[in-house]
Design a protein around this ligand. Structure first.
Ligand code: ZN
Length: 291
């Protein structure tokens, strides 16, 4: 039995383990050497299919990741995009944050929302799985004030996409976003950050967009992975389904997703996980001390 780690969990949407051929897989075109190295040396393959035919999708995949419930089986299909009432109920009842809180551990969701009234997010009709989980567990999300204080990270890693929404604060580098995230993560037992430009680019991006996003994410990762090198800390990165690693398709892929883990408990978590439904139970077991 070992003490529970402090964990930084990066949920990267739409990143599978694909072919090593750079003609097919943008991950191997030289734009993201840190990611390539993590996949080569610190990753195990994880099944995202949940024993159901068809392409895995975000609403069911993220629910599975965040709860340990086989959400696709519960729904009878892979559900795209954002969760409806049934999936929201699963997230509210079984989310990882509440499971850790029951063991006495404090969690947070690091993503910033572009609002100065974080409670307003509760009234939004469209909410991601990660939003539903954070609102259930914490009652609110991080807002513009947190972002400006360096106590949150915007999903694009630079805040540049906020300009068109009226943001006139400073832009940051992906390295600075990683530094902000690491500082925040030291104040909690478990910290989640979600990055979804990978999935967006896999659906809609030009080859140049894909290169730019992978390079940006890599600059962020260079800092973020260092969390796992700190004493008593664990860095985890995984995905809900494949997408960006197959340039031959605009849809999600059936490829396995990586489970990258570095630091305290990394081997234990990786040994326990075969499916995306195993990740929450493996983390909870680690915090319970029987990892
Ligand atoms: Zn997608």
């Amino acid at each position: 039995m070992s003490p529970a780690p402090r964990t930084l969990f990066v949920l990267v949407d739409g990143l599978g383990l694909g072919a090593s051929d750079p003609a097919v897989n943008p991950v191997h075109r030289g734009d993201c050497p840190i990611l390539e190295s993590l996949l080569a040396h610190h990753s195990v393959p994880v099944d995202a299919g949940m024993d159901l035919p068809g392409l895995p999708q975000s609403a069911t995949g993220q629910t599975a990741l965040m709860t340990g419930v086989n959400a696709a089986q519960a729904m009878g299909r892979h559900v795209e995009g954002f969760p409806g009432p049934a999936l929201r109920d699963i997230v509210r009842a079984h989310n990882l944050y509440d499971q850790l809180a029951a063991l006495g551990f404090r969690s947070t969701f690091a993503n910033a929302y572009y609002t100065t009234d974080a409670t307003e997010v509760r009234t939004r009709k469209i909410q991601s799985v990660t939003t539903v989980a954070a609102l259930k567990a914490f009652g609110a999300v991080r807002d513009l004030n947190d972002l400006l204080a360096g106590r949150a990270v915007y999903q694009d890693l630079t805040r540049a996409s906020l300009r068109e929404r009226g943001y006139d604060g400073p832009l940051v580098t992906p390295e600075q976003s990683a530094a902000d995230l690491l500082a925040l993560a030291m104040d909690y037992d478990f910290t989640l950050f979600e990055y979804f430009q990978t999935d967006r680019m896999g659906h809609k991006g030009t080859p140049e967009d894909v290169r730019r996003v992978l390079a940006l994410f890599d600059a962020f990762l260079a800092g973020a992975v260092r969390f796992g090198e700190r004493s008593g800390c664990l860095f985890v990165m995984t995905s809900d389904h494949g997408n960006i690693e197959d340039s031959g398709s605009r849809q999600h892929s059936i490829n396995p997703v990586p489970l990258v883990a570095i630091g305290q408990g990394a081997d234990i978590v990786q040994a326990r996980v075969r499916s995306i439904t195993d990740i929450t139970p493996a983390l909870v077991a680690l915090y319970r001390g029987n990892g």
